[in-house]
Each structure stands twice: as C-alpha cells, then as structure tokens.
Design a protein around this ligand. Sequence first.
Ligand SMILES: O=C(O)C(=O)C[C@H](O)[C@@H](O)CO
Length: 266
Amino acid sequence: MPVPVNAFKQALSQPGPILQGLWVALASPHVAELCAGAGFDWILIDAEHGPNDIPLVAQQLAVTQHLPAQRIVRLPAGESWLIKQALDIGAQTLLIPMVDTPEQALAAARACRYPPDGTRGMGAGLGRASNFGRVGDYVATANDQVCLIVQIESRLAMENLEAIAETPGVDALLIGPADLAGDLGFPGRANVPEVYAAVEEIFARLKALGKPAGIMSTDPAMIALSSRAGARFIATESDTGLLARAAAAHLSRVKGETDDAETMTY
Ligand SMILES: O=C(O)C(=O)C[C@H](O)[C@@H](O)CO
C-alpha cells in the first residue's frame, strides 16, 4: 500500500483558484480541528512562532486527518533532525523559514527525502507517517509525496531567489512579508511601498520560473497585490488573530449594550 497522495502538492502542480489558508498557532488540537473544519484549503500548523512541539504537532495532524483541509507544518528551522521528526509523525508538506541561500534550500530538500534523493533517516516504521509500519512500501513511495516550501523573507533570499527556487527538491516558496520588511529596513511596517514592491518583484520572478508561490498576510492591500501578482496559495488570517479580534469586538458590543440597557437577554 503506497503512502497517501499529497493533495496540496498535487494542487500546486495544476492551475486553479488561489488556495486559501489559515495560520494555526495556538498549539491546540481542538483549535486545529475547529479551524481545519471551517472550509480552508489548507492550514499551517506553526511550530516556528507557535508554542508547538512534535507531540502537539502530531496530535494536530491526527485530529485533522479526516478533514479536507491540507496540512502544512512550519518548523522552527531547516534542521535535518527537525525535518526527520516532522515527516515521521506524518507531515507531508513542510514550510522551512528563513531560507536565504540555495545551499540551505538543498540541505532542507535532501533532509526531506530518502536515499538516493536525500539523507532522510530510516525510522518512519515507528511513526504515524507509515501508519506505524502498516504502509509496507512507505520508503519506496514517500519521497514523491513530500512537498517542501521554503520561506523567502530577506534581502539575501531575494538576491538568490532563482537559485533557491530552482534547487532540486524545492516545490514551492512562501513570502514572509513581516521578516522581509524587517530585513529591508522597515521592521514592523510590511505595509510600506518598498515592501509591496519587493513582494510584487518576488512573485513576478517566480511566475517567470513557473514556480508556485504563496504568502501569509492579513493586510488587505498585500493580499490584493499578491492575488493579482499570481499567488497560488495565501494565508490571510491566524487562529490567534481571529480569536483576539472577535473577543475584543464582542466585549465592546456587550459593554455598549449593557451600558445602555438595564439587563442583557440572550
Ligand atoms: O515574516 C512573515 O511575515 C512570516 O513568516 C509570517 C509571520 O510568521 C506571521 O505573519 C504569521 O502570523
């Protein structure tokens, strides 16, 4: 029995509408399942900035497996041991942050694949990836279903963009506008013309290569720009952002109503 087909990687290889995603960083299997069931094409389980460890990521992968949303796991860094653990618990699409050079991209790509295409260590028979050894030909079929996305979020990465994108084993690239803004000299200000222009340039250069590209941004202007520029996948919110804004809006509504009305009725 072969390893499950990576539907996200399959979608990236075909033209189609923008794949809509949600950043999931609350490190809660309940929240991950709730968000994955909302109808997004994909969710990003964030183990870079979310307080996620491998056991928690494994739980989020398990509870969302029955839902159509594809799951991407962002690791804290492109370390081979982190990549090995994430793949062994069943992640098939990985996002590696802060990739600035083709050498870093190649190291991550090779860490994702078994020999002869890479250096991934043998051990998935112990983990969720192979359904604990029940997928008999996991090693023979796993490489093709891994999807490696690398993050472009620095001036150096922009200088190396084509070399990174054309690195064997890199399947897609995602722009990190917040970190890119910081490295371009605009920390905390990803909504300045210089960053919009840089993002537009990155999308144009990747489109010329025919390489799938995405972005994470909650800025409507950045989302519109990215959609026009050919983004294939976009995350436009996070679980933390949605909950924080909804809680604040609800409280101000309740306080506004209770300040005027004598009692609240539900
Ligand atoms: O640099 C960025 O932008 C990203 O990598 C996304 C951030 O981590 C953050 O916007 C996710 O909420």
